[in-house]
Design a protein around this ligand. Structure first.
Ligand code: 6GU
Length: 253
């Protein structure tokens, strides 16, 4: 029987699709498409623009400088992707607008978005979008408290975060489960061959083959690192008896 794997469909609306083209053909994004876990379509907003210049941006009413993403090409592109019409609400694509005005993304947002069937990333490179576009947007996301040139890079960040959570994309399930943030802590340091380089040795415990000691060492390192760098997230985590013991060892050292 053919497997009934669900495929996440992603469309990226952009005025600069060439910027995204090589990125969606590389790394995890490429592997995920080859495996049939995700389908990624780059949509050139200019294909939905009119006039000899096929402009997708224009000057803002009332002045203020910068250019504004026009409403008509976005409406037509959304329409072509089935965002309107009589499709059942939950079968409609989920429209995400990357913008510094959006809610700041967390790992849990990637987990939630990875369960969608169809996502549209609407990228703008301008001063902003015509405000009337907002009512067709389901969610506005920011990748952090800074401003970058456009939504494309942010959409890439989100796709990288979402696609690696899809079944079978990252070969090693343990690797995803022990990632920084997935278990709530920053992850422990890692090493690979050689055992010694310029006098610096790999911690002996990792070479010992004692699985329990290794697990304990990794947990302690993760706790220590999170305490040092992100005490805010450590404070929110439920700690068990072992965690408390390991933390007291960290503090006592
Ligand atoms: Cl999603 N876009 C832009 N232009 N700047 C940002 C951002 C997005 N998130 C943080 N800064």
């Amino acid at each position: 029987m053919k497997s009934q794997k669900t495929v996440l469909r992603i469309a990226i609306f952009s005025g600069l699709p060439e910027y995204l083209a090589s990125a969606v053909r590389s790394g995890h994004l490429r592997i995920a498409q080859e495996q049939g876990a995700v389908e990624i379509n780059l949509i050139d907003l200019r294909d939905f623009a009119e006039g000899s210049y096929r402009a997708i941006d224009d000057e803002p009413y009332g002045g203020g400088g910068g250019m504004v993403l026009k409403v008509e090409p976005v409406r037509r592109a959304l329409d072509a992707c089935g965002a309107f019409g009589d499709r059942e609400e939950k079968k409609k694509p989920w429209v995400v607008l990357p913008t510094p005005k959006g809610k700041r993304l967390k790992q849990e947002d990637f987990e939630r978005l990875s369960k969608k069937k169809e996502i549209i990333f609407l990228c703008s490179r301008y001063k902003g979008i015509d405000e009337r576009i907002r009512e067709w947007v389901d969610e506005e996301c920011s990748i952090g408290d800074y401003v970058i040139g456009g939504g494309e890079t942010a959409a890439l960040v989100m796709m990288e975060g979402i696609v690696r959570l899809l079944e079978g994309v990252v070969g090693d399930k343990e690797s995803v489960q022990t990632d920084s943030f997935t278990c709530g802590l920053l992850s422990a340091p890692t090493y690979t061959r050689p055992e010694e380089f310029m006098g610096k040795r790999v911690p002996e415990v990792l070479l010992s083959g004692h699985h329990e000691e290794i697990r304990r060492w990794k947990r302690k390192q993760a706790l220590a690192l999170t305490l040092a760098r992100r005490p805010d997230i450590l404070a929110k985590l439920p700690l068990d008896d072992e965690d408390r013991k390991l933390l007291s060892e960290v503090l006592g050292e």
